[in-house]
Design a protein around this ligand. Structure first.
Ligand code: FAD
Length: 285
């Protein structure tokens, strides 16, 4: 099923997982997939390392979600190191495994490794797929607080509009902790004429290191009430996990009350957290 068709019927609720490391058997993730799919999300997306490692595993995990656990899925497909031949091979593997949704990304450069310079931006791969294999539903990434490399917020929105014009059928946002920034972003999208559904990306933080990493990696603003909670309970892992879940639930409830198109939970392969959040918001969906 094309996930973009769901938005006309309901508020979409989806999860993200990452494949097991190469030195682990694929079966290492099966219990997680079983637990997550039993929560009946609308789909589960599977990340893919941009530097080419883990590509096959992304297809395998997405195939397991779809064909073994009977849940809709989307495979991430970063393009910074992709050649046309590899892109065609991946599209063929996805098709063979009945995977219909692709989250197309540029990915980030690995220090010291020159990009392939075949698909410079996500929109280049989106155009390629729309031409070569138009039956796929294409998802793109977006950034409520702007992408870190963007020169101005206006340039970021302009490039996002190009991504949608290239063929992105829906968007999933980078994580954020301040809903007001997301609402402002939605307004800018509307003004720019971006009309595809936009899911809000929610990361339930579970430990202090993870919070610090997220803020450095994507520049997300941490609201003062969240900073205070982290400062007070940072050395207490159980308390931080409770705060992370409570904060995510509070964010989601507000987003749903404000009529967002969908919620995409970055589960970090943690079914316990996904289960707690789903139980808390399922009556709001
Ligand atoms: P693009 O849309 O190509 O944009 C990258 C930058 O270039 C932006 O600053 C944009 O404004 C600018 N730009 C775009 N077009 C042009 C143009 N024509 N001229 C000049 N500038 C332009 N990474 C992974 O490696 N694997 C994953 O599985 C993964 N999953 C993700 C899932 C989500 C929901 C999100 C939000 C991010 C994910 N990422 C993943 C991270 C992503 O790869 C990085 O954020 C990356 O830096 C940008 O990817 P993009 O697809 O948004 O890039």
């Amino acid at each position: 099923m094309h996930t973009n068709n769901l938005f006309a019927q309901k508020t979409v609720f989806s999860f993200e997982v990452f494949p097991p490391k190469r030195d682990m058997p694929l079966t290492a993730i099966y219990e997680t997939l079983r637990a997550l799919s039993s929560l009946r999300p609308d789909f589960i997306s599977v990340t893919c390392g941009a530097n080419g490692q883990g590509g096959n595993r992304t297809v395998e995990v997405a195939a397991a979600i779809k064909n073994q656990y009977h849940c809709e899925t989307a495979a991430h497909m970063p393009c910074i190191y992709l050649t046309e031949k590899e892109a065609r091979q991946t599209l063929e593997a996805l098709h063979q495994n009945r995977i219909e949704n692709i989250l197309v990304l540029r990915g980030d450069q690995t220090p010291g490794r020159e990009p392939a310079h075949v698909f410079e931006y996500a929109s280049d791969l989106i155009s390629f797929i729309k031409k070569e294999a138009p039956n796929f539903n294409i998802i793109g990434a977006c950034y409520p607080e702007g992408h870190l490399e963007s020169k101005t917020p206006a340039a970021d929105i302009r490039h996002l509009k190009e991504k949608v014009d290239a063929g992105a059928d829906e968007l999933i946002s980078q994580l954020f902790f301040d809903n007001s920034l997301f609402y402002r972003f939605l307004e800018r999208c509307e003004i720019a004429g971006i009309q595809v559904p936009i899911e809000a990306g929610i990361m339930p933080v579970t430990n202090q290191k993870q919070i610090e990493r997220m803020v450095t990696m994507c520049g997300a603003t941490l609201p003062i009430k969240f900073q205070r909670a982290i400062a007070k309970y940072g050395s207490n892992p159980a308390a931080i996990q409770d705060i992370g879940i409570a904060y995510a639930v509070d964010q989601i409830a507000d987003l749903l009350a404000n009529g967002v198109d969908g919620i995409h939970v970055y589960t970090m392969n943690n079914p316990y957290i996904a289960q707690k959040i789903t139980a808390a918001v399922k009556n709001l969906l």
